[in-house]
Write a protein that binds this ligand. Structure first.
Ligand code: KIV
Length: 301
């Protein structure tokens, strides 16, 4: 069935900057996160290479491959979120040659259906960004703490402190806008610097650990929902404690099974069959509609 909603467009980024309305970006990595983020009102989804850490259990984003990204982007698109989807170009895919960069971008667009890619780095990525734009692939920039640079940076540290680092970041932001990026992530930079970049940049800035002066904010799905154990970074606000709630739910299931309280007749089939046969999975899982079960949308045919 044709999706009746307007096709997702990156125009929302420029429009929100013009209108001074904050942009809300949430990371998504699979069907359920995309459905939840879309139903929750995100303006765009970012399939970040943070999936290496929150979905695949790596200690950094460096091991994430292009195949990993394609796999997860396809799952996000199967949710038909009705939103622009941006995918990280993973480490190693835009560092070797323009040809490899474009081929990686094309895979994400053609095989995974994303609308844009995100490239970490400023001026030193000029050739990669130009090649992607030349291949009609919109690019989101990413400055400040760029996790793919973790080894060079010596860890996950706040960036843009000190005159030299500050002026490099301002210069890189001006460069990315000039180069044709449609927006720019600012990660872990002082709030005052992010506000200066935002005031100067003709493209919207999307902050994560960059204070309230950005044009929009992005959070990692697992961080904002409290899905994983451990102390989150300072810039995270947890809007739920779903990890704890889920653990409690599994513990309740385990106790019910062990105490013979689950299943009961309510979750069991009888011997008498209806003429058409009884559907085993009615009202069950799956991407039943465009837009997410939480909206109560009509099931798709
Ligand atoms: O990989 C990611 O999720 C990101 C965001 C944190 C901006 O790059």
């Amino acid at each position: 069935m044709q999706d009746p909603r307007p096709a997702p467009s990156l125009d929302v980024f420029a429009r929100r900057k013009r209108e001074g309305e904050p942009l809300v970006v949430v990371t998504a990595y699979d069907l359920s996160s995309a459905l939840i983020a879309a139903a929750g009102g995100a303006d765009a989804l970012l399939v970040g290479d943070s999936l290496g850490m929150v979905m695949l259990g790596y200690e950094s984003t460096l091991p994430v491959t292009l195949d990993d990204m394609v796999h997860h982007c396809r799952a996000v698109q199967r949710a038909r979120p009705g939103l622009p989807v941006i995918a990280d170009l993973p480490y190693g895919t835009f560092h070797v040659s323009k040809e490899e960069t474009v081929r990686a971008g094309l895979r994400l667009v053609q095989e995974a259906g994303v609308h844009a890619v995100k490239v970490e780095g400023g001026r030193q990525r000029a050739a990669a960004i130009a090649a992607l734009l030349d291949a009609e692939i919109p690019v989101m920039g990413h400055l400040g703490l760029t996790p793919q640079s973790v080894n060079r940076l010596g860890g996950y540290r706040v960036q843009g402190r000190g005159a030299e680092s500050e002026s490099r970041l301002l210069d890189d932001a001006a460069f990315l806008a000039e180069a044709g990026c449609f927006s720019l992530v600012l990660e872990c930079v002082p709030a005052a610097l992010a506000a200066r970049v935002t005031a100067a940049a003709p493209i919207p800035t999307i902050g994560i650990g960059a204070g309230p002066g950005c044009d929009g904010q992005v959070l990692v799905f697992h961080d904002l929902l409290g899905l994983l154990p451990g102390r989150p970074p300072k810039f995270v606000r947890r809007y739920a404690e779903l990890g704890r709630a889920a653990t409690d739910a599994v513990a309740a299931f385990a106790a019910d099974v062990r105490q013979h309280r689950f299943p009961t007749a309510e979750q069991s089939y009888g011997v008498a069959a209806t003429p058409a046969g009884e559907p085993a999975t009615e009202g069950s899982i799956g991407p039943a509609y465009p837009g997410g079960t939480a909206t109560g949308g009509e099931p798709a045919a």
